[in-house]
Design a binder for this molecule. Sequence first.
Ligand code: 5GP
Ligand code: MN
Length: 354
Amino acid sequence: MIRHLLPLAELEKAYGFIQKSSRLVILTHKSSDGDAVGSTTALCQFVKTIQPAGATTKIVILNELPPYLSWFPSLENAIFYDDNNELAIKTIEEADCIICSDFNQPSRIGAPLDACLLANPCSKIMLDHHLKPESFTDVEFSYPDASSACEVVFRFIYQIQTQILNTPFWLTKEMAISIYAGILTDTGAFSYNSNSPELFEMVGMLLNCQIEKDVIYDRIFNTFSISRMRLFGYCLHKKMQINKTYHLSLIYLTHEELARFNFQSGDLEGLVNYPLQIEKVYYSVLMRADYNAENQPIVRLSFRSQGNRPVNEFAKKVFGGGGHLNASGGEFLGTIKEALALFKAEYPKYLQKK
Ligand code: 5GP
Ligand code: MN
């Protein structure tokens, strides 16, 4: 039995917005991952089943997707700001309903899309699983205990169909592929955030849609380029520093090192989890040099931890980011050297020695 977690009154409100919309837009966070792409593409297919004839649904994302994400069903409905600035902005400006999926702060979709989102007074719906949502939507489905935004999307579809439309639950194979891929990503292939038996009931229902789960796994996890695999090897062999007192692993990468391995967006996805496989390493930090939209040097940071050792407070207070208890990220305006100095000065205040 899938519990009805989403309040019916809020669902009815969201359903009303979608049903009345003629130009619906779905947004998700920058540097999208499988959950961001899975939840938006599944939603895109679903809303088309309840929108009036002639209505359009578009997905707008800041950056183009790395190859391991570019195969998702329904991406023909996506507009990438990097690829077509004007169309992306115009699409958000002209939307009469916006669904925000897998993020709960406007800044997470990146500038200038965040300003467009806030400037448009249309009806807005949030479907998300991060802590502490900011209040910028009319309806908020925010479930920090959910494994993924895709789980929230599954529940959204399930409840609209069974409670509002009074039909049996159904998904197309494409919707099921998108949802499964998002859950797979955000649970590290069911290694964390996946203790709820109900999640496995949902997975069972997705498998009933004839999805090929091994093919999805392959597309997400087994698509390394040779240079990406060598970059992983380099990081683990030459760059990983272990601090035994704080059970901490630190890897940082400069522009020069990234260029040497022909770094492409998405190439470092997953690397930050590797050091946690070492006995008694409970924290892992990855820093990589990058540039922001104004071409200033910045550093992108990823934080991971195990057990009851929060990294989100540290990410938020020191690096202006945030995220989940065990998986957070942030950004630093400046060079790797400066980011390292700040990190080294601050981590003893936030990380535990045990
Ligand atoms: P990753 O290390 O994979 O980039 O991010 C891990 C998690 O941290 C993401 O799922 C997201 O929830 C969160 N996160 C990453 N970067 C930021 C950021 O700049 N701000 C906030 N609030 N959360 C972030
Ligand atoms: Mn997510």
